[in-house]
Design a protein around this ligand. Sequence first.
Ligand code: ATP
Length: 351
Amino acid sequence: MPPLFFAETRKITIFGRFCFLTNESMAGIKCIGVLTSGGDAPGMNAAIRAVTRSAIYNGFAVKGIMRGYKGLVFNEIVEFKSQSVSNIIQLGGTILKTARCKEFTTPEGRKAAYDNMTAAGIDALVVIGGDGSLTGARLFAQEYNVPIVGLPGTIDNDLGGTDSTIGYDTALNTIMEAVDKLRDTASSHERLFFVEVMGHTAGYLALNSAIATGSEAAIIPEMETEVDQLAELINHGFRKSKNSAIVIVAENPKTGGATALAERVKKEFPQYDARVTILGHIQRGGSPTAVDRILASRMGEAAIEAILDGQRNVMIGIENGKIVYVPFVKAIQHNKGIDRNALELVKILSI
Ligand code: ATP
């Protein structure tokens, strides 16, 4: 039975401001579809569980859409009950599977998606994914007037308007454990290790894993050229006082990432025994941390609250511990910026 406070006004926070909303605009929504899209991230299952159970608690029917937007375009939609999401909070990956879907980027693909969605009786969507997924959601919502709420599901933490994304903390911990192990071999062999981490075009994972592992430097796309950063590292850090070092490098297809950097070091500073480790997809896997499980649970429930409040075209974010609604357009802007003090911290603490 849905709770009686359905018809009441609700107090919510939008960008730190309290607003009172009625749930009139959600009238007519009976069934909510949920999908995971783009790169998988640990905590997506916890989010699916929270969305499903909160929706059912509030009297909605739920349908799971398989393989992201592919499931909408090619009609892979399944009934979800409370038990469909039993025993998944601790699992990495996503039980709904995920995919990149080229067809959804075309008007014909989105038309097929809309036809399948309406045929399945779905009135609103919760999309769990990164900036590409939310870009697609924004377009779809505009074209077909579909109420969509997004959840930030990506290890990259590159979405605007939220302090963290679902999966980021787990990936950070995975990197930390791997680098701790590399530190043992780096120090035994007196080597300079370049460790490449993910992050898309953002340096969050690189910067904060550098702090967490006591690394000598973080090379991130948001900062000045790699040449300058590297020269500084070699001249002021490694050469003077250390016989081993770890440099965390954010992936960067434009510059070639850790491999290209290590090649340059080998050429310019042949006296150093430079090695490269690319952590790769290991960063995406594993059981989500408590931080990610709690974040995903809170955000999943907040997505249903948002639908009840008549919100659409917003992503659920978290700022200073509070749930906020972030318009898609702000969430997908790549201008979140990096904390320059954090970069300075890596430098100060690695003397
Ligand atoms: P991650 O941050 O982990 O890479 P993501 O959500 O950014 O996740 P993308 O591959 O960029 O992953 O996007 C996922 C899907 O979203 C795409 O495969 C496509 O179906 C849809 N999508 C992305 N951009 C658009 C767009 N401009 N128009 C329509 N759909 C889009």
